[in-house]
Design a protein around this ligand. Structure first.
Ligand code: ADP
Ligand code: F6P
Length: 324
């Protein structure tokens, strides 16, 4: 028989993502509508271990849906990777009467949720990461805002790059995944898109491409480089030396994680947060919320973590053809 749920907790973990606040708001308001009490756990699993736990009412989450970051704060917590840490986390939940937790974060955070579930605390994961690198879902909260922020920044770099007839390497985030790079590469009309999943590390191909484009009269050359490849500054030096064309590197960095969430991020976060509160209140555990083929649905965490995701071969092929 499913455990009776009276109080649920919510935490954000790992890298923050625009839309996390909308997800927190949805968990709180849908949970309250379902008749349970809500506790906010600050600073991810670290805050749980430090017992940084607050009561949340409907009014505590007003005026946050439009804000980037996370009102609960977030952290990376190495102690929670240990069995002792996980056991201590579960005991703290019991002490505070928390029957279940919604964990908003990436797949690292899901592993923490899986561990808590094994310790008898019901857990539900909500995909919150700008990287889009969670296999069981076509959408992760924060991705849309991040790519739009990056796209605007890349347009700006392109203006100055064209004026100076320079080559620009622009590095975008994504940990080991190339989704932000692929989307921005296509949307910004980049001449080269370097994805960790596909790049062959043959810089001579890029150099030839730059020289040929210049001969054909192109005044700029934009290379989108994914964080998983990195080394943009040294790459710029080598390309400039080989081509004789001024080459600059811009690392967009943390600006991609901030800012007001787009409508898409607010909407997905709201539905996913509410969905997580619903299934948690139904007594489900060790599940994660996802979005596939137009539907919001949930998966077993163990199965979700075992799934694989890769860049679409067709999308990559199109990105290469359009960049020529
Ligand atoms: P993300 O959730 O964005 O993938 P991380 O990989 O940094 O970010 O994970 C966030 C946090 O989740 C970690 O700091 C840690 O507290 C917890 N976590 C990650 N991996 C595990 C694991 N194998 N077991 C338990 N907790 C984990
Ligand atoms: O997972 C989101 C992300 O921004 C990645 O794109 C990046 O690799 C990582 O977090 C950076 O993490 P930190 O905030 O610990 O530097």
């Amino acid at each position: 028989m499913a455990k009776e749920i009276k109080t649920i907790g919510v935490l954000t973990s790992g890298g923050d993502a625009p839309g996390m606040n909308a997800a927190i708001r949805a968990v709180v308001r849908k949970g309250i509508a379902n008749g349970v009490k809500i506790k906010g756990i600050k600073k991810g699993y670290q805050g749980l271990l430090n017992e940084e736990i607050i009561d949340l009412e409907k009014q505590n989450v007003s005026d946050i849906i439009q804000r980037g970051g996370t009102i609960l704060g977030t952290a990376r917590c190495s102690e929670f990777r240990t069995l002792e840490g996980q056991h201590a986390g579960a005991e703290i939940c019991k002490k505070h009467g928390i029957d279940g937790i919604v964990v908003i974060g990436g797949d690292g955070s899901y592993k923490g949720a899986q561990a808590l579930s094994k310790q008898g605390i019901n857990t539900i994961g909500v995909p919150g990461t700008i990287d889009l690198d969670i296999a069981c879902t076509e959408y992760t909260i924060g991705f849309d805002t991040a790519i739009n922020t990056a796209m605007d920044a890349i347009d700006k770099v392109r203006d100055t790059s064209s004026s100076h007839e320079r080559c620009s390497i622009i590095e975008v985030m994504g940990r080991d995944a190339g989704y932000i790079a692929l989307w921005c590469g296509v949307a910004n009309g980049a001449e080269d898109i370097l994805l960790p999943e596909k790049y062959d590390y043959n810089e001579q191909n890029i150099i030839n491409n730059i020289i040929n484009n210049r001969k054909r009269g192109k005044t700029h050359h934009i290379i989108i480089n994914a964080e998983g490849i990195g080394h943009s500054t040294s790459m710029a030096r080598r390309i400039e030396a080989a081509t004789g064309i001024e080459t600059r590197a811009t690392i967009l960095g943390y600006m991609q994680r901030g800012g007001n969430p787009t409508c898409k991020d607010r909407f997905y976060a709201s539905i996913m947060g509410a969905y997580a509160a619903d299934i948690l209140c139904q007594g489900k555990t060790n599940r994660v919320v996802g979005y596939q083929h137009g539907e919001f649905l949930d998966f077993d965490i163990d199965e979700a973590l075992a799934m694989k995701k890769d860049i679409s071969e067709y999308q990559y092929e199109v990105s290469r053809i359009l960049s020529m």
